[in-house]
Design a protein around this ligand. Structure first.
Ligand SMILES: [Mn+2]
Length: 403
């Protein structure tokens, strides 16, 4: 079904894990991350592991350090490959750590860390497989009877904009042949009475909007058991809250405008997204980047919000942090494409100067910075762009796509 070399590597990892009774599953907060978590939770529980789920919006270096201090092996799902070097470094106790991710990998330097990313085996993480596809393949390595979880690989893979391709066509075939999915006008999950698209959208909302209110664990449960009256109500509440918050913030911005520097237009989220995961800020920034009456077409758009000092279900960060989302308006895109202006991820190298970290790509990126350095950060951004325009360019980094 998949390359022998992959199978060998995965079997080795599974064998090392079998010496343990507990496992941490650290997963991303979007639908792909939640679907991955659902697959792995089920697969490891069937092997009688005690499973603890930790849902992360971003791979905070500090949290990686705290996780690897424990005497429990760690599975990273739908995140981790771009930070495999950091994970290698922090895995000081040498417990087996397995990365099941489809984002661009960086080399590992620790023999106890297994990055099973299929990019190492000739597949493309942008089109051929998702985090949940890989989590599913690993569940099959643990036990071939886990094919009933195949529908979750397909749900997570809905984040890929193109048609099902590569490994996913094989997984889809398994799901259809075993009557786990049924194809009518759309793909229906037989066991849950939901379509693949319905479950995908629900998981997106549970994970992001519901992040600080147990949304991810509700999402994982829904992924395995379907929607109950209670979870349906919770979903509606979350959807409504976000709609209201977006509307209110939009009204504020239309009334008072955005702050401006020479190259940047930025706004405070005014606590509108309090209690919600910070991904909602990114979606809002994308939305306003097309509001021609509101934004300048030639300045980077930047929104920011406070992040609670809490990783739900894990430990505190012990820091006051701000999440910043950056979007490129239409009028700047061409200049970036022809390298006349720096991209969104290029400018966020400034986050590191103030003790933060960033990820993203050309036109959409985000970062975390310490709250007390926010003003320095904004100042640094303007200087960075100014220097760039003057021909003083810092080394361009490889894109890291995590959003
Ligand atoms: Mn993914």
């Amino acid at each position: 079904m998949f390359p022998n070399k992959f199978k060998d590597k995965a079997l080795r990892a599974a064998e090392l894990l079998s010496n343990f009774k507990d496992v941490f599953i650290v997963h991303h907060d979007d639908a792909d991350g939640l679907a991955s978590a659902a697959i792995l939770k089920m697969a490891f529980e069937r092997k009688e592991f005690n499973v603890r789920l930790v849902c992360l919006e971003k791979l905070f270096p500090k949290i990686v350090g705290l996780l690897h201090e424990k005497d429990v092996p760690i599975i990273y799902a739908d995140l981790g490959s771009p930070h495999a070097d950091l994970i290698s470094l922090k895995n000081v106790k040498g417990k087996p750590s397995v990365i099941l991710d489809h984002h661009d990998p960086v080399p590992i330097s620790n023999p106890s860390v297994f990055d099973l990313n299929l990019e190492y085996f000739g597949f493309k993480g942008e089109t051929d497989f998702s985090g949940s596809t890989l989590s599913y393949l690993f569940s099959i390595i643990l036990d071939e009877n886990n094919f009933d979880l195949s529908y979750l690989a397909i749900v997570g893979s809905r984040e890929i904009p193109s048609e099902f391709a590569g490994v996913n066509t094989i997984v889809l075939d398994t799901a259809l042949k075993n009557n786990i999915l049924k194809k009518n006008k759309y793909f229906k999950i037989v066991k849950l009475g939901l379509s693949v698209d319905e479950l995908f959208s629900a998981l997106q909302i549970f994970g992001s909007v519901g992040y600080y209110r147990g949304g991810p664990s509700v999402g994982v449960k829904v992924a395995l058991e379907g929607l109950s009256d209670e979870s349906k109500k919770f979903l509606e509440t979350l959807e409504n809250e976000r709609k209201v918050a977006n509307k209110k913030l939009l009204a504020i911005l239309y009334k008072y405008g955005l702050k401006e520097t020479r190259y940047i237009q930025y706004f405070d989220s005014n606590n509108m997204f309090k209690g919600m995961g910070s991904k909602v800020l990114g979606s809002f920034c994308s939305y306003i980047s097309y509001q021609k009456r509101l934004i300048k077409h030639d300045k980077y758009i930047l929104g920011y919000m406070d992040i609670p000092d809490e990783i739900p279900g894990f430990e505190r960060l012990g820091e006051r942090l701000v999440k910043v989302s950056v979007r490129v308006p239409e009028g700047l895109k061409n200049a970036i494409e022809v390298d006349k202006m720096p991209s969104a991820i290029d400018i966020l190298v400034v986050a590191e100067d103030v003790g933060g970290f960033s990820d993203g790509h050309e036109f959409a990126a985000s970062c975390i910075v310490p709250k007390e350095r926010f003003e320095d950060f904004i100042e640094g951004l303007d200087k960075f762009v100014n220097d760039w325009v003057d021909g003083v360019r810092r080394v361009k980094r490889k894109k890291i796509v995590l959003e």
